[in-house]
Write a protein that binds this ligand. Structure first.
Ligand code: C5J
Length: 237
């Protein structure tokens, strides 16, 4: 066990062991974030989601520097769509559905350009990328095994969209016993009211699904942890 860190958060400070914590980056994919992509074709303003990229890039860099795992997810389906239930396939705008040709390849299909993660947040060698057919990152994936193998008990959760894949994943994680800290400026929604209420719901009722903090608070804790490990390594006070 490494030295526990404490982050000011809602509804109360979040304590975590950096040696048992991972940063989870949900679905920061071109299909959702690029102008001209699937998200925009549904009538959404991608600018709201794109505000997440810069603070999340800084948080990913600090997490890597602290030696903590970064785990990425991508929502998408096999090219034959055999893992996409008809109820999901048939929903939405009939002219732009999962598997249809889009500006960045077949929409939400694995291996297509639009399905992959935006360049600014690209995984580096050795980082786990979980391909998920659902909204939650645990459903029909190997995420539970990946976390168990690494002894992870706490998750710092980021990505898009706040009220859909982030919420579903946090709820799944909470039911499985993980402590989740959701990073308010590193999650995004196309809808400002969903962003606000989505975050409020997580921390409500004493933290019914988890905790909420901004990235500055987490960066402070990670930097303090690094400074602590540097002083113990050099033996200085
Ligand atoms: C959606 C997601 N919104 N990653 N996916 O369909 O939140």
């Amino acid at each position: 066990m490494t030295e526990a860190q404490r982050i000011p958060a809602l509804p109360a400070p979040f304590s975590f062991d950096p040696g048992a914590t991972a940063l989870l980056v949900i679905d920061m994919q071109r299909d959702f974030l690029l102008p001209g992509g699937f998200g925009e074709s549904l009538g959404n303003d991608v600018a709201l989601l794109r505000t997440v990229i810069e603070p999340l890039a800084a948080l990913i860099a600090a997490t890597r520097a602290a030696g903590m795992p970064v785990i990425h997810t991508r929502e998408g389906h096999l090219p034959d769509l055999s893992d996409c239930p008809p109820a999901k396939l048939e929903r939405g705008n009939p002219s732009q559905r999962i598997g249809d040709p889009g500006r960045f390849g077949r929409i939400l299909v694995r291996g297509e350009y639009g399905h992959d993660i935006v360049d600014e947040l690209a995984p580096i060698e050795g980082e786990v990328v979980i391909d998920k057919p659902g909204k939650g990152a645990f459903y029909a994936t190997e995420l539970a095994e990946v976390l168990a193998e690494r002894g992870i008990r706490s998750l710092i959760v980021t990505g898009v969209t706040t009220e859909v894949c982030v919420h579903t994943t946090v709820r799944e994680a909470n039911d499985r016993g993980y402590e989740c800290l959701v990073v308010s400026d590193c999650v995004g929604s196309y809808f400002p009211e969903f962003q606000r209420v989505g975050l409020e719901m997580i921390a409500a009722q004493g933290g019914i699904f988890g905790w909420v903090a901004d990235s500055a608070a987490i960066l402070d804790a990670l930097t303090a942890g690094l400074a602590g490990s540097a002083t113990s390594a050099t033996g200085s006070a």
